[in-house]
Write a protein that binds this ligand. Structure first.
Ligand code: PXP
Length: 254
């Protein structure tokens, strides 16, 4: 019998703000979405405060932090402005993501290996502020070992390239990408990192990746908020939870 913990589901509410901002005003409210998602079984809420504030705004982050009763994961660039905001707001977690082209590896994650000098102080400040820091990176050995070396307790593996290959029905590329993810999550766990994953996940890919016993958390936004248009947010979260639980039931302890 497996003694694995369930995979946590972080629901990303950015695109609720995208819809709100299309008209201005307050509707639909990302905080209301967060509350519905939590009532439906989300383990946490993720929101990305971008430098250009194109969806989530500062006020959304403050209201989420004040009102939700599950952990808030703030996605942010490693800029002085965002680090200062995180240290003021004190979310449970901060996931450092690339926002500029030059901060990205070829696979789209943060180039931790190439920007170590820039990232290490941001990681240290956030960790010292009591925030659980994760780095959004490709499943690449150099990125993973550098993330561990600069003291990040968590990484989030970028699943975008794998999900793109699945969507394009490019089976060989999808298998190769998944093999890379599997090797990466194993390496990360062997280094003592907690491993999350996200980007582009739908029911099938969430089920597949939840079967990797090293995965502790999935952060999912676009597909889930899109599904909510058809079935409602509560049902969309429940359906995603079911997919993740199906995947986890196939996992055995490493
Ligand atoms: N994790 C991180 C670090 C992200 O930047 C995003 C996209 O905002 C996601 C997860 C969620 O990706 P998606 O919206 O494609 O589910």
């Amino acid at each position: 019998m497996s003694e694995l913990l369930p995979v946590r589901l972080g629901v990303n509410v950015d695109h609720v703000a995208t819809v709100r901002n299309a008209r201005g005003g307050r509707h639909p409210d990302p905080l209301h979405a967060a509350e519905v998602a939590i009532a439906a079984g989300a383990d946490g809420i993720t929101a990305h405060l971008r430098e250009d504030r194109r969806h989530i705004r500062d006020d959304d982050i403050h209201r989420l932090k004040e009102h939700i009763r599950k952990p808030l994961n703030l996605e942010m660039a490693a800029t002085d402005e965002m680090v200062a905001i995180a240290l003021r707001v004190k979310p449970h977690a901060a996931c450092l993501v690339p926002e500029r082209r030059e901060e990205r590896t070829t696979e789209g994650g943060l180039d931790v290996a190439g920007s170590r000098q820039h990232l290490a102080p941001a990681v240290q400040k956030l960790v010292a502020g009591g925030i659980r820091v994760s780095l959004f990176i490709a499943a690449d050995e150099a990125q993973i070992t550098t993330a561990a070396a600069i003291g990040a307790p968590v990484i989030e593996i970028h699943t975008g390239a794998w999900c793109e290959a699945l969507a394009a029905r490019e089976n060989e590329r999808a298998l190769a990408e998944f093999a890379r993810i599997r090797a990466g999550v194993r390496l990360a766990r062997s280094l003592g990192l907690e491993v999350h994953a996200g980007h582009g996940l739908d029911h099938a890919s969430a089920e597949t990746i939840a079967a990797l016993p090293e995965i502790a958390e999935l952060n999912i936004g676009h597909f889930l908020i899109g599904d909510a248009i058809f079935v409602g947010l509560r049902a969309a979260v429940e359906r995603m939870r079911d997919a993740i639980a199906r995947g986890r039931s196939k996992a055995s302890a490493p």
